[in-house]
Every structure is written in C-alpha cells, then in structure tokens.
Design a binder for this molecule. Sequence first.
Ligand SMILES: NC(=O)C1=CN([C@@H]2O[C@H](COP(=O)(O)OP(=O)(O)OC[C@H]3O[C@@H](n4cnc5c(N)ncnc54)[C@H](OP(=O)(O)O)[C@@H]3O)[C@@H](O)[C@H]2O)C=CC1
Ligand SMILES: Cc1cn([C@H]2C[C@H](O)[C@@H](COP(=O)(O)OP(=O)(O)O[C@H]3O[C@@H](C)C(=O)[C@@H](O)[C@H]3O)O2)c(=O)[nH]c1=O
Length: 301
Amino acid sequence: MRILITGVTGQVGHALCRYDWPEDAEIVAASRHDLDLAETESIASYISAGRFDAVINPAAYTAVDRAETDLVAAWRVNALAPAAMAAATWKVGIPLICVSTDYVFDGTKAGAYNEDAPISPSGVYGASKAAGELAVRTGNPRHVILRTSWVFSAHGANFVKTMLRLAEERPRLRVVDDQRGCPTSARDIAAVLAKITLRLIADPQAPTGTYHFSNAEPTTWCDFAKEIFRQTEPFGYPVPDVEAIATTEYPTPARRPANSVLETTKIERDFAVVPRPWREALAEVLSDLAHGVTEESEVTR
Ligand SMILES: NC(=O)C1=CN([C@@H]2O[C@H](COP(=O)(O)OP(=O)(O)OC[C@H]3O[C@@H](n4cnc5c(N)ncnc54)[C@H](OP(=O)(O)O)[C@@H]3O)[C@@H](O)[C@H]2O)C=CC1
Ligand SMILES: Cc1cn([C@H]2C[C@H](O)[C@@H](COP(=O)(O)OP(=O)(O)O[C@H]3O[C@@H](C)C(=O)[C@@H](O)[C@H]3O)O2)c(=O)[nH]c1=O
C-alpha cells in the first residue's frame, strides 16, 4: 500500500515519516518542494498520478500571528489545499486524513470541547483551518479530521523549544496563565494518525468523521512552561523564574482561546486510543533534546 504524507518537514509530518509502519507500507513523503500546497491546481494531478491508497495531510500554515496579516497564504494552504485534496482523493476512491486544531473554538466554553461543539474561531489561522475542515467534510465522505492541540516535539518549532531558547537569554519569563489546553506530542499524534489510516485502508466500513485527540491532563501555558523547567533542571539547563501573567499582559496579533481543552472519549471508543499524560510525553521529548536526538536526520523511507 502507498501512503502520501504531506508536511514532512513539520512536527507531525516528520514524526509520521519516522513511525514504524508495517513492511508493506510504502511511504511517499512529500515536502513543499515535491508538492507546493499553495499551488492548488497541482494537487489533483499529483494525487491521481500517485496511485496512493490513502493521503495524510498534516501540512499547514501554522504561524498563528503572521496569519492575521497573511490571510491569503494561510487560506491557500489551510482551506483551498484540503478542498483540492478532498476532491482528488474522492475521485480516486481513497480516504483522506487531515489534521486540524483546537483554535477552531473561541474558548468561551467552561468544560472540554467535544466534536459536536459549535466552532467559532477567533483568528485567521483558526478560521482557515475551519474552512479546510468543511471542505474535507463535504468533498470526501471517507475522511478523518483529527483535531489536536499545543503540539510539541524535538523536531521543528514549538512552545517547548521557544521556552528553552528564551531561558538561555533571560533569567525571568512571563507566561500567560489564563489559557487552558492540552499539550500533545507529535509522536503520539503520528501513532494515532497511522492507526486510523491503516484501519481506513483495510476496512471500507471503518469509522470516519471528526475526532479529537490530545495528550491527557489539561494545563495552562504557564504551568506547561514551569513543568518544562522542572524536568530540564537535572540536565543542567538554565532554570528561569516563570511569572504567571494574564493574557491582557501579553498582547498578540491573534486572539487565542481561553479554554481549548479537547474531549477525547470518541476516539478512545472508536479507535481504541489511550491518550497518555502530556508530562510523560514531555519527558521523552526533553530526553531526546538533551541527548541530541533532534530528529533532524534525513527520512529514509
Ligand atoms: N503546531 C501546533 O501546535 C498545532 C498544530 N495543529 C495542526 O497539526 C498539523 C501539523 O502541525 P505541525 O506539524 O506542528 O506544523 P509545522 O508548522 O511544524 O509544519 C507545517 C508543515 O506544513 C508544510 N507546509 C506549509 N506550507 C506549505 C506549502 N505551501 N506546501 C507544502 N507544504 C507546506 C511545512 O513545510 P515547510 O517546512 O516547507 O514550511 C511543514 O512541513 C497542522 O495541520 C496544524 O494546523 C493542530 C494543533 C496544534
Ligand atoms: C513565547 C511566549 C508565549 N506566551 C503565550 C502566547 C500564547 O498565548 C501562548 C502560546 O504561544 P505560542 O505562540 O508559542 O503558541 P501558538 O502559536 O499560539 O500555538 C498554537 O499553534 C497552533 C498552530 C495551534 O494549532 C494551537 O493548538 C497552538 O499550539 O503563550 C507567553 O505568555 N510568554 C512567552 O514568552
């Protein structure tokens, strides 16, 4: 079986390429150079020529603040490209697995968001991802949209690596303590995406639709930062003071949801997925970073 993976230089795409796929899986890892998703017209021919059995699309325009002023570019990659992929995959009769975000919610709900909760994105990134979701839902009934949140890994850009970099530069960090969510390891997301993809390829009756997946145990960005430094202290990394601040004290171009905790019971039931606590996944990533396993090495499969 041939599986196309996009966004392979990113956190999730890279983890997917390093996943321990079964022997009979041929992974086609498409970088921007192979398939530029901003060139919407090229997507259909690439997919129809590829003779794939499934497409996994973690590629996205993920610069949340930059998207506010780079709207067309964000919409091209996050909305138009998934639309073209949905049409192309439906035409050749294969499933499409896309990744979406907790930022489709406005964060005003008190508890965790389930898959049926109304979406109401507050920024361009979230809105463009929501449009991509809609296009996938309407374009290919054999789809899974996996919403996740606060992704981190040893590879690529993320909050964990930002905190470690800032700790080298400053003795004191100020981090918002009134936005709640669940940090999620890219490696864990990749394992879930692989499981779903293999099931969809093997079973035409496999469940489809929208699913939430994150690591377990909601937290705030501030407590996430504190835990990063608690865990890195034994490695001899600098440990800054972390000051809890309100969102109003850290103005950003894009508004982030105050609560974007995702409820994961549906994916646990339908795909037998068991989310582990993010602190456990964080320990794995920090250990990789401390031992120089940055996962930057070339993907060979
Ligand atoms: N990061 C996060 O915290 C979260 C992410 N998500 C979603 O998860 C998915 C994976 O995110 P993550 O791995 O962190 O993203 P990254 O930002 O790490 O990677 C994005 C990937 O998309 C690729 N890409 C961007 N534009 C294009 C283009 N025009 N053509 C081809 N490829 C392109 C990038 O390629 P290049 O290197 O060439 O730019 C890169 O490989 C995304 O769909 C994102 O919306 C959901 C929740 C949280
Ligand atoms: C660097 C920094 C950030 N912050 C705040 C800003 C923001 O509210 C929060 C997170 O900051 P970041 O900009 O790193 O994260 P952000 O880009 O908002 O992360 C999001 O990325 C997209 C792609 C997603 O889909 C989301 O799930 C989420 O992971 O922390 C501080 O309070 N202090 C700091 O020093």
